[in-house]
Design a binder for this molecule. Structure first.
Ligand code: C5P
Length: 227
């Protein structure tokens, strides 16, 4: 059967990764969470005092890029690939609000984007891939067979993210999550290099009112139309 490339872009916390994982497991495709890669670089920068509330030493981070190795390792139990930073599983650590608060400034740096985009292109070169992020349909795979652009209201998105973090035991408050979601969208849509924008040929899915199941079946039909 024909294998295609599925690009999923959209604002923060729109459920891109949820549907991407569902599709990848249903179609037996690989799933690449590109946000996790930017998050892993951010974790490296935080751990090495390259970024904090008061400093962002861009030059140092750029100089150390060759020391940052990001890989994925499939987790049988979870059914998706987890992210490793220099061979250490950081899947849990990269999802904190702290990392979320620093990731968008890090993702504005062209040298970082260049490195991650080329790795993403290598990961997806054989098709049979579902990749989610902010620039997949515009920059990473402008020729993707199916491009989706996910949206939902900021309140809905913040509410979902809040629930997720509370469920995993993080002490967070809704206001901080809401502010993070809005702030990241602003930085991601206004940066110079590869801003978040809907590709001309992307299909917009507003899932504010959709159930998970409803969303999955809507999107699966779009996939089937391409096969
Ligand atoms: O998808 P996720 O919310 O985990 O992404 C975290 C951040 O990484 C985004 O807010 C954005 O700043 C950056 N990102 C990006 N390009 C991508 C994926 C993520 O700039 N393809």
């Amino acid at each position: 059967q024909k294998k295609i490339t599925i690009a999923i872009d959209g604002y923060s916390s729109t459920g891109k990764s949820t549907v991407a994982k569902q599709l990848a497991s249903h179609l037996n495709y690989i799933y690449v969470d590109t946000g996790a890669m930017y998050r892993a670089v951010t974790l490296y920068a935080l751990n090495n005092n390259i970024i904090s509330e008061t400093v962002f030493n861009k030059e140092k981070l750029i100089n150390e890029l060759d020391n940052i190795e990001i890989t994925f390792k499939y987790n049988e139990t979870k059914g998706f690939a987890e992210v490793l930073l220099n061979s250490i599983n950081v899947e849990h650590q990269i999802r904190t609000l702290k990392v979320s608060n620093f990731v968008s400034p890090i993702a504005t740096v062209s040298e970082i984007r260049k490195k991650l985009v080329s790795q993403q292109q290598r990961l997806g070169k054989d098709k049979g891939v579902v990749m989610d992020g902010r620039d997949i349909g515009t920059v990473v795979f402008p020729d993707a067979d199916l491009k989706l652009f996910m949206t939902a209201s900021a309140e809905e998105r913040a509410q979902r993210r809040y629930k997720e973090l509370i469920e995993r035991g993080d002490a967070v408050n809704y206001e901080d999550i809401y502010n993070n979601v809005v702030e990241r969208d602003l930085i991601d849509t206004t940066r110079k290099d590869s801003p978040l924008v809907k590709a001309k040929d992307a299909i917009e899915i507003d899932n504010s009112q959709l159930t998970l199941d409803g969303q999955f079946h809507t999107i699966l039909q779009l996939v089937k139309d391409k096969l």
